[in-house]
Design a protein around this ligand. Structure first.
Ligand code: 5AD
Ligand code: SF4
Length: 440
């Protein structure tokens, strides 16, 4: 028997990349690869890249440059670039960095085994197509090994919204939903392997409209079907667009027992003028109305969001509108970014806000968001919540997990093990987590 080949994957960016990296490791597992955590030990290095932040491509090139020594020491080492930078840069990557053997876009991962074979034959392999076939169907199914209690499951990819700042419609392509039966099969398989919580992933997940046994299903119908999977305890989904928040999905937040009371619903800005320039096709008021309806359905819903400050032409008044919207919503968590240009997107051509001004606005917004986040977290003290335990904590005897609202919670208890879902009384609130006691 030959020794297994070793695969080192480094994952950047969003949860979808985390999921994709798992699937790529499984696909190459079928070719005799096992994963290693050390690049210097690897027969193949794969960078699964993200294009959402500024200078993403430059960072990938500098990371690749660092592998020069490894390749000199081991000429059989193959180096690959996957993910959104691979999609955006394509062949340019091999031109600029001859060390690279393989470039694969997110829609072509099922072709990795053939591509790997090509590199072993001494050739370069490039695939950034948007093929017709379902890549997930072609990828080897997940092996039955035990795994942790939480998992991601991609149900939808790509986006048709074309927000003026965003590269996703270009790197991930048009919106495509996976069929219902494949998702349910994968979910049952995950549960058999120990998973208790599934987060459904998609760049625009609430636009889901996958083929079901009786026509296209909405995301809400899919969630209801998952609600019936025995052994699955919790369902989450991310990330959503306000305009795709259908009535049945709002109702599911009221009625579906396994759907967790946490919703990531990016708004990006609180100024209607800027929202229009962003091509968001919703207003601050329509977003607030939507949240009112969601909270009428589920009063304890924790809201999360994404914000961009310093979008081209954003004035201080526009920014004040964003602060006012944040005040109105009261976010349980949030992600905020300074606008940065993405070549090829409409906003890249417009007049840019001064960098110092962007820094200042980001600081002010983050101060407000942090205060809100902390206030909502502190308000958990004294309450009872469900906690799904995931792993031992940093201190001896500690276990950590996530509350229904996605707070990190730790307990000092040997009564719980990873995978247990327990009722916990929250006793204190720290900077980034809650402490609790397991209830009998
Ligand atoms: N500049 C800053 N932030 C951006 N995002 C997407 N594109 C850009 C950009 N060009 C943010 C948005 C999105 C999140 C994933 O990243 O807030 O919701
Ligand atoms: Fe990008 Fe999200 Fe807008 Fe789609 S909806 S273009 S993924 S920001």
């Amino acid at each position: 028997m030959t020794a297994p080949k070793k695969l080192y994957i480094k994952t950047y960016g969003c949860q979808m990349n985390v999921y994709d990296s798992e699937r790529m490791a499984e696909a190459l597992g079928g070719e005799g690869y096992v994963e290693t955590s050390r690049p210097d030990d690897a027969d193949m290095i794969l960078l699964n890249t993200c294009h959402i932040r500024e200078k993403a491509a430059e960072k990938v090139y500098s990371e690749l440059g660092r592998f020069r020594g490894l390749k000199a020491a081991n000429p059989d080492l193959k180096i690959g670039v996957a993910g959104c930078v691979a999609q955006a840069e394509g062949e340019e990557i091999m031109r600029r960095q001859p060390l690279v053997d393989l470039v694969v876009g997110p829609q072509s991962y099922h072709r990795l085994p053939e591509m790997e074979a090509k590199t072993r034959a001494g050739e370069k392999a490039l695939d950034t197509d948007f093929p017709e076939e379902d890549k997930f169907e072609k990828l080897k199914s997940r092996p039955k090994a035990k795994r942790g209690p939480t998992a991601f499951l991609t149900v939808q990819e790509g986006c048709d919204k074309f927000c003026a700042f965003c590269v996703v419609p270009y790197t991930r392509g048009a919106e495509v939903s996976r069929p219902v039966d494949r998702i349910l099969t994968e979910a049952r398989d995950l549960v058999e392997r120990g998973v208790r919580e599934i987060t459904l992933l998609g760049q625009n997940v609430n636009a889901y409209h996958g083929a079901g046994p009786d026509g296209d299903w909405s995301l809400a119908r899919l969630i209801w079907a998952l609600n019936d999977v025995d052994g699955l305890e919790r369902i989450r989904f991310t990330t959503s667009h306000p305009n795709d928040m259908a009535d049945d999905l709002i109702e599911a937040h009221a009625d579906c027992p396994k759907l967790m009371p946490y919703l990531h619903l990016p708004v990006q800005s609180g100024s209607d003028r800027i929202l229009k320039r962003m091509n968001r096709s919703h207003t601050a008021e329509s977003y607030l109305k939507l949240i009112e309806r969601l909270r009428a359905a589920r009063p304890d819903l924790h809201m999360s969001g994404d914000f961009i400050v310093g979008f081209p032409e954003e004035t201080e008044q526009d920014f004040q509108d964003t602060l006012a919207l944040v005040e109105a919503v009261q976010y349980g968590s949030a992600f905020s970014f300074k606008y940065s240009t993405r070549p090829g997107t409409p906003a890249a051509e417009r007049s840019q806000v001064d960098e110092a001004e962007k820094d200042d606005r980001l600081q002010r917004l983050q101060a407000l968001l942090t205060r809100q986040q902390r206030a909502l977290q502190d308000a958990m003290v004294g309450r009872e919540v469900g906690v799904l335990f995931e792993k031992p904590g940093r201190l001896p005897g500690q276990m950590v997990g996530k509350s229904d609202y996605l707070h990190a919670v730790h307990v000092d208890s040997d009564a719980v093990v990873p995978g247990d879902l327990a009722r916990v009384r929250i006793v204190s609130s720290g900077p980034n987590s809650l402490a609790g006691e397991v209830l009998g």
